[in-house]
Design a protein around this ligand. Structure first.
Ligand SMILES: Nc1ncnc2c1ncn2[C@@H]1O[C@H](COP(=O)(O)OP(=O)(O)OP(=O)(O)O)[C@@H](O)[C@H]1O
Ligand SMILES: [Mg+2]
Length: 278
């Protein structure tokens, strides 16, 4: 059976809504890029979402409109079946738009040999006013001799800032943030050598059911105008682009630990992952 009038209207509204959302998000990304100076990742994300909104959203609307007109004409049974297939495929493309929106990739910026401990201390200094404003205790446990890490310094600092900002937001009632660095293998199972950076807070924690989704683009529990749901998605992309992994463990009401592993030699890129551990 062909789509009913109401179903067509609903599908049409959905396509228009997705297009509008894409355009709005693209504008938001450009605004953020300017405000936060988060150039490469957000430019890349903004470009992709803008491209998708324009290249797919507009023709999808046109196709849906024409397929509806066609449905109002005299058609053979076979013709109606084909039209239904076309409309199903349009719907599939709408889903594709949403899929790519959550899968946008960041291009790889230039790297240098980064002293991770130095970068941690510099970043904590940068955020000192924020910690003081919220009266938070900040601890560091930095490994004594860490090998320099081949990385993009700016991108790595962005990871630290995003994670520390999340910790601060989770510590509304005060508490402690701890940054730990150490030389380590990626996991007991792999012998890949690298540097582990852990950002731990004694804050609100993340509900277990939300944990598998925290890296999704635009997932936020923060009030409108405060969080955009980009922080962890950007962290994950940066870590991935360095061949590393990022994992979050959290316990509601007790706190959160984000473990970032970055390999010294990242010739074999590993996928980043989120996992629940209580
Ligand atoms: N350390 C943490 N403690 C508790 N919840 C966290 C922590 N880090 C992330 N979250 C949860 O994960 C969500 C997604 O985090 P993410 O950094 O991606 O976006 P955001 O902080 O909401 O917004 P943005 O970082 O773009 O300003 C947060 O809204 C929050 O609910
Ligand atoms: Mg954040």
């Amino acid at each position: 059976m062909l789509m009913s009038y109401l179903e067509r209207k609903e599908a049409e509204t959905r396509v228009a809504q997705v297009t509008r959302e894409l355009v709005e998000r693209n504008e938001e990304l450009w605004r953020l890029q300017k405000e936060k100076g988060q150039v490469e990742p957000l430019v890349a994300l903004g470009r992709v979402t803008g491209m998708i909104a324009h290249e797919l959203g507009t023709p999808l609307n046109t196709m849906l409109g024409h397929s509806q007109f066609l449905g109002e004409e005299e058609l053979t049974e076979g013709g109606r079946r084909r039209l239904k297939t076309i409309q199903k495929q349009i719907q599939r493309m709408v889903n594709t738009v949403q899929y790519y929106l959550s899968r946008t990739r960041i291009s790889q910026p230039a790297r240098s040999q980064v002293n991770v401990n130095e970068l941690v201390l510099e970043t904590l200094e940068l955020l000192k006013p924020v910690f003081e404003q919220h009266e938070l205790e900040v601890n560091t446990t930095l490994a004594e001799s860490l090998a320099p890490l081949p990385a993009n310094r700016g991108s790595l600092q962005r990871v630290l800032i995003n994670l520390l900002n999340n910790a601060v937001d989770a510590l509304k009632d005060g508490g402690t943030v701890t940054i730990t660095t150490r030389a380590a293998a990626e996991s007991p199972e792999t012998s890949k050598e690298g540097v582990v950076i852990e950002v731990t807070d004694t804050g609100a924690g993340i509900p277990p059911e939300m944990l598998p989704e925290v890296f999704d683009l635009f997932l936020t529990t923060k009030e409108s105008g405060k969080g955009t749901g980009l922080g962890l998605a950007v962290c994950q992309e940066i870590v991935k682009s360095h061949g590393g992994t990022i994992q979050i463990t959290s316990k509601l009401g007790e706190g959160t630990c984000v473990r970032v592993f970055l390999p010294i030699d990242d010739t074999v890129a590993q996928p980043a992952s989120a996992e629940v551990r209580e």
